[in-house]
Design a protein around this ligand. Structure first.
Ligand code: URA
Ligand code: CA
Length: 442
């Protein structure tokens, strides 16, 4: 087989065989296919797309490029969740505990933040002592004993994705549906759970700005997962504004604690209950989504989910007292109110720009080597649809006292808000639920 012929074939619109896709993925991962040929191939996929069969074969070839996590020693149905990434997305910190408190088994591989989206590891590491560097044995033991563990994703999972993603990033081929689906699903399949609930974001802060594209991506990922024998449900939800109020690390842990105590933001709470009830459903722990929601609301009221977060924190080296007393979490140097320059109603919030403002304050990384400051971030006081008077705070910045960073972040943040004279309705949040045989639109 020659790479030239495969690029030519795909360029002309023909379907590649499983053997041909394996040749490309394994050849490139081993360094036998040069970047220029792979770049040309990725661009043909961008324009020609892939059939469902090709997408599945691409994903499985990427899974086979590395190790699979062996979760067979964990008793019961292992369930995972994945979000395509958003700003202030605190869901993982809430979902794991509430699902585990209902008897679910959550063995989660997770990552650090890069760019405008935060990472679950960075957020949890703001709990003093907390680590995601667990041995495989300890990880399995913790899931068996408390129902929940989080571990940093190793480089051994789907290594093909790492090298392909780096090339996509510099060749304008990131936003191709089969390539995104393959990238996400290869890592999820290699991570070994039996079922996965996906949260595909759409809107200004998301990869897939348009609903139609988000739907195509959701369907592609559900089909790939089901084809690999997993139980799949995908949601399409809005990222027209950041999720909840907190964007940062320790302030998102505090927001998770609030949500687990029943006093969290409504959008975050509703999303966690919706995704969580579907995790319970595919785990076979409830018979209907409604039953799952009822159970999760009870878990929040009784604070059994909060108790789970505490158990997990302790089992991973964290100080469990910080869950009862969030003032033990890293505190910023200085709180500053960001006041509105005009009166009216919040019409739009550019989530991406808010994410970048938080990154500038020090909550995220622009390069892999950067160190995040756990204490800084942005706490929103106004969301879309809210009324605001000139001089009233739009947000509170949690800062490290650096004036230059503060001014840059503040300008960006103020530009992210559109304030108009007319009353506006909060944006639609849930768009659709996708399973292997149907799409329910809301
Ligand atoms: N997230 C991923 O992991 N891969 C993509 O290609 C896009 C988003
Ligand atoms: Ca949040």
């Amino acid at each position: 087989m020659r790479m030239y012929d495969l690029i030519y074939k795909k360029r002309n619109g023909a379907e590649l065989s499983k053997g041909e896709i394996n040749f490309i993925i394994s050849g490139f991962t081993k360094g036998e296919i040069p970047d220029y040929q792979m770049a040309a191939f990725l661009m043909t996929v961008y324009f020609r797309s892939m059939t469902a069969r090709e997408s599945t074969d691409l994903t499985m070839a990427m899974v086979d490029s590395g190790e699979r996590v062996n979760l067979s020693k964990i008793k019961g149905f292992k369930v995972d969740k994945h979000s395509t990434g958003g700003v202030g997305d605190t869901t993982s910190l809430v979902l794991g505990p509430i699902v585990a408190a209902c008897g679910g088994k959550v063995a989660k591989m997770t990552g650090r933040g890069l760019g405008h989206t935060g990472g679950t590891i960075d957020k949890l590491e703001s709990i003093p002592g907390f680590t995601c560097s667990l041995s495989k044995e300890k990880f399995v033991e913790n899931v068996n004993s408390i129902g929940l563990a989080l571990m940093g994703q190793t480089a051994k999972l789907a290594p093909a994705d790492k090298v392909i993603y780096s090339l996509r990033d510099v060749t304008a081929t990131v936003d191709s549906i089969p390539l995104i689906a393959g990238s996400i699903m290869s890592k999820k399949l290699a991570a070994g759970s039996d079922g996965i609930v996906l949260d595909v974001k759409t809107g200004s802060g998301a990869f897939m700005e348009k609903y139609e594209d988000a739907l195509k991506l959701a369907k592609a990922m559900v089909d790939i997962g089901e084809g690999a024998g997993k139980k799949m449900v995908a949601f399409i939800t809005s990222m027209e504004e950041p999720l909840g109020f907190a964007i940062g690390n320790s302030i998102e842990v505090k927001e998770a604690i609030d949500t687990l105590s029943g006093v969290g933001p409504a959008d975050l709470t509703d999303l966690c209950v919706e995704l969580g009830s579907n995790m319970l459903l595919i785990s076979g722990l409830v018979k209907t989504v409604e039953e799952g929601k009822k159970k999760l609301k009870e878990i929040i009221t009784s604070k059994k989910g909060l108790e789970k977060l505490k158990q997990m924190a302790k089992a991973q080296g964290g100080n469990p007292d910080a869950i009862d007393n969030p003032s033990l979490l890293p505190q910023c140097k200085k709180l500053v109110e960001i006041k509105s320059e005009k009166s009216g109603y919040v019409e739009k919030i550019n989530a991406l720009e808010v994410g970048i403002s938080s990154l500038i304050l020090g909550a995220g990384r622009t390069k892999k080597e950067d160190i995040v400051n756990p204490s800084v971030g942005i706490y929103l006081k106004k969301k879309i649809g809210d009324k605001i008077e000139k001089g009233e705070p739009l947000a509170i910045f949690h800062t490290d006292g650096d004036e230059k960073k503060f001014n840059e972040a503040k300008n960006k943040f103020l530009n992210a808000y559109t304030i108009g004279a007319k009353k506006v309705k909060p944006p639609k949040f849930f768009y659709a639920r996708v399973t292997k045989d149907k799409v329910e639109e809301y």
